[in-house]
Design a protein around this ligand. Structure first.
Ligand SMILES: NC(=O)c1ccc[n+]([C@@H]2O[C@H](COP(=O)([O-])OP(=O)(O)OC[C@H]3O[C@@H](n4cnc5c(N)ncnc54)[C@H](OP(=O)(O)O)[C@@H]3O)[C@@H](O)[C@H]2O)c1
Length: 414
């Protein structure tokens, strides 16, 4: 856990764990001060928010759990003890939202659906001059915030969006791997395969993302640009931790463009592999019938997605797999191929933990500086990953090197 304090004379010293990975509380000398910052978590008793709160409960700071239902906030507080307080807040009520933000040093937005909230919380945080973290973060959200960039910078504030699993870690992980393992990256084939239950809120946002124009199927990225119709369906891909080979669907968006840019223009082919037949069928149905144009349609489609994800989970374990095959040069001319697998449990827990880590890094001034950032650009990926890997939500993080011959035998690049 990162050590950070407002206490005069205290220097942030980075993450401190004992040899078993257990958090070591900061030593504030004889002052006994442990809780310095006030971190507000909007949606703090939701599926994502409760995990952000759980992670932060060990940080020594005060947590304010916000939502419209004070009883649910109180139940969450009761589980945490003295470090937390409940706060009734309605994001749609400007006064209530500003009063919540005014009470915090940093605001984390885990409330949703994002598509109904958009920049409301960010602008309230800005009005009250507070740092801001959002677990959501599409390109259009970034564009919404751009007119405020100078004001955010001048006020010395740090806004980090896409501080979640996908988007978020999905963008940071290849950058971390590429920068730490290669001199030059040529290609990345990148598979994401998740088995989890959709909450209604997350399903609603997923349905909206099908229609927001931010991504493109059957595309890859190179030199920071999306190349349409460049990639095709991959059949029978063997994804680690899934018994049966899966079909993988190419998809590109701004996050993949930024990976390519950051790693010197390399080719990035990203694929979704769907292990759950019901969810995949429902998504196909929603897309083919374009059931996302009206709020009523989005609501019905979200309900369908929730049900199909529940069906898919019967007899299956919840898991999130990021599988990266990266090809490039290391120590001069040698060509190397790397296979990296990150296996995490519950994606909501992963997202909440990511938001918690991001918040502590902001408060410890361990970011790239004031402004609006996507997760991979606002933080040092090494520092972030060191902390994430130490969390129980990451079950395995495995890196293997192979030579070209193995790659040519079992796997075909497009
Ligand atoms: N980046 C990623 O990888 C990732 C992954 C998962 C989820 N997400 C995003 O995370 C967000 C939360 O998802 P979830 O699955 O955790 O949803 P959830 O379990 O339904 O929680 C939503 C929370 O938001 C609160 N909320 C909703 N409207 C509110 C309002 N007007 N004022 C105050 N609080 C409000 C809810 O409390 P009340 O209704 O009681 O107020 C609840 O606590 C969604 O936007 C989702 O898309 C991102």
């Amino acid at each position: 856990m990162i050590r950070v304090s407002k206490h005069p004379g205290y220097q942030a010293t980075g993450f401190q764990h004992d040899r078993k990975g257990v958090f070591i509380f900061p030593d504030f000398g004889d002052t006994g001060i442990m809780t310095d910052y006030r971190i507000g978590v909007l949606g703090g008793y939701g599926r994502v928010g409760q995990h952000a709160v759980k992670y932060l409960a060990h940080s020594g700071h005060s947590i304010i759990i916000g939502g419209r239902d004070l009883d649910r906030a109180q139940i969450a507080v009761d589980k945490l003890g003295e470090c937390a307080t409940p706060h009734r807040v309605d994001i749609n009520d400007t006064e209530s939202l500003q009063s919540f933000c005014g009470n915090c040093d940093l605001v984390i937005n885990c409330a949703g659906p994002f598509e109904k909230i958009r920049d409301k919380v960010a602008l309230a945080a800005l009005a009250k001059q507070k740092h801001y973290v959002d677990v959501s973060g599409t390109d259009s959200f970034y564009a919404n915030l751009l007119p405020y960039r100078e004001e955010i910078r001048k006020k010395g504030l740090i806004f980090i969006i896409s501080a979640g699993m996908l988007p978020g870690l999905s963008g940071l992980l290849p950058i971390y791997t590429g920068q730490s393992q290669f001199d030059l990256v040529d290609f990345i084939d990148y598979f994401y395969c998740g088995m989890d239950e959709f909450t209604y809120t997350s399903a609603y946002d997923y349905v909206c993302s099908l229609n927001d124009g931010s991504g493109m199927s059957m595309a890859y990225c190179q030199k920071g640009e999306i190349v349409p119709k460049g990639a095709g369906l991959m059949h029978d891909v063997k994804i680690p931790y899934y018994e049966k080979p899966l079909d993988a669907y190419p998809y590109s968006n701004g996050e993949m463009q930024r990976i390519s840019e950051k790693l010197g223009g390399c080719k990035v082919c990203f694929y979704y592999a769907f292990p759950g037949g019901h969810t995949f069928e429902t998504l196909n149905y929603i897309q083919a019938s374009r059931k996302y144009s009206t709020d009523d349609e989005r609501h019905q489609s979200a309900e369908l997605l929730v049900k199909s994800s529940q069906k898919d989970l019967i007899g299956n374990d919840i898991k999130q797999i990021y599988y990266i095959i990266m090809d490039g040069k290391q120590k001069g001319a040698n060509r190397k191929v790397l296979y990296q697998t990150l296996y995490s449990r519950d994606g909501y827990e992963l997202t909440g933990t990511i938001a918690g880590i991001t918040s502590l890094l902001i408060l410890a001034h361990r970011t790239t500086g004031p402004g609006i950032h996507y997760l991979p650009h606002g933080l040092n990926p090494n520092v972030f990953m060191d902390e994430l890997k130490a969390q129980a939500v990451i079950k395995h993080f495995i890196l293997n090197w192979e030579d070209e011959t193995i790659m040519e035998k079992g796997y075909k690049r497009q």
